[in-house]
Design a protein around this ligand. Structure first.
Ligand code: NAP
Length: 283
């Protein structure tokens, strides 16, 4: 079974749209999401465009602020400070990566944690690991929703997550652990990776290497979640970290690229923005 992130993302965005309509009636204005784009990287431009489009679709006020890649760290921090203080803004997202002269950690920490719709702020990350109320990072949240939608039992299952980044691998491992999976985190220094990945009932792959995971690395009947977004070196087309054609007959469930985790990330961003807005009015 191919798990469509596109379909579930549509459902989530429809739900957000209805909740926004109710919120506008109640609070007199829609949520306002501000996305900051530094530089002209085509992939970042396309991600930001997609986020803005989704925001408008669900009824948010959407603002994109573009800055040249010559902007200084101080100027960017000052901009974030102004947005933090602006009570009409509910969500702030700085598109990553940033130019190398800007310290990303500093920038992420500068965003008001109550407006941190990405869930990357250190206080949000700490709350996630302490099982306290927090904004869940969008991609890991989307992955859990995909598993739930497909009716895949998580509790008691062996999950292997390949990749240990702060934005995907580590938080999705924590969310799977919180749902009582037994989680193994694999990485570039893992020995005999196929032996490890073949143990997985749920295999999440987030490494950024085109079609890296092949059938010999997948347990028959597994659920395979492909987070990777890569360009196929031969065709130039989008492809995942999993060799989809090679693995699809072996896995019971598999996500495609494109159309799997990607749209879920954006849908969860919309949900997070609405939640930040509601938290402000309802706390
Ligand atoms: P990242 O920060 O570059 O981390 C990559 C991880 O993969 C690292 O932990 C690295 O191990 C591990 N790795 C690299 N080569 C490996 C190998 N040969 N065997 C085992 N592990 C290996 O990447 P990321 O930000 O998590 O992103 C991963 C992929 O997901 C990228 O393609 C990215 O574009 C995509 N992504 C998609 C979405 C979405 O919404 N669909 C969102 C975010 C990211 P070490 O820690 O040992 O270096």
């Amino acid at each position: 079974m191919i798990i469509s992130g596109t379909d579930l993302a549509k459902e989530i965005k429809n739900d957000v749209k209805h909740r926004v309509e109710v919120a506008v009636e109640k609070y007199g204005r829609p949520p306002h999401l501000v996305v900051i784009l530094v530089g002209e990287d085509p992939a970042s431009q396309s991600y930001v465009k997609g986020k803005g489009k989704d925001a408008v679709e669900v009824g948010f006020k959407s603002t994109t602020i573009t800055k040249p890649d010559t902007i200084s760290e101080e100027e960017l921090l000052n901009l974030i400070d102004d947005l933090n203080k602006d009570n009409s803004i509910d969500g702030i997202l700085v598109q990553l990566p940033l130019p190398s002269h800007i310290n990303e950690d500093k920038v992420i920490a500068a965003i008001d944690r109550n407006k941190d719709v990405d869930g990357f702020h250190p206080a949000n990350v700490a709350s996630l690991w302490l099982k306290q109320k927090c904004v869940y990072p969008c991609t890991p949240k989307g992955i859990i929703k995909l598993l739930d939608k497909a009716g895949i039992e998580i509790q008691g299952k062996k999950a292997v997550v390949i990749g240990r980044s702060n934005i995907v691998g580590l938080p999705v491992s924590k969310l799977l652990l919180d749902r009582n999976a037994t989680v193994t985190i694999a990485h570039s220094k893992t020995q005999n990776l196929p032996d490890v990945s073949k143990e997985a009932d749920i295999l999440v792959v987030a490494i950024g290497k085109p079609r890296f995971v092949t059938a010999d690395m997948v347990k028959p009947g597994a659920a395979v979640i492909d987070v990777g977004v890569n360009r196929d070196p031969e065709t130039g087309k989008l492809c995942g970290d999993v060799d989809f054609e090679n693995c699809k007959d072996l896995a019971d469930y598999i996500t495609p690229v494109p159309g799997g985790v990607g749209p879920m990330t954006r849908a969860c961003l919309m949900e997070n923005t609405l939640e930040c807005f509601l938290n402000k009015f309802e706390q």
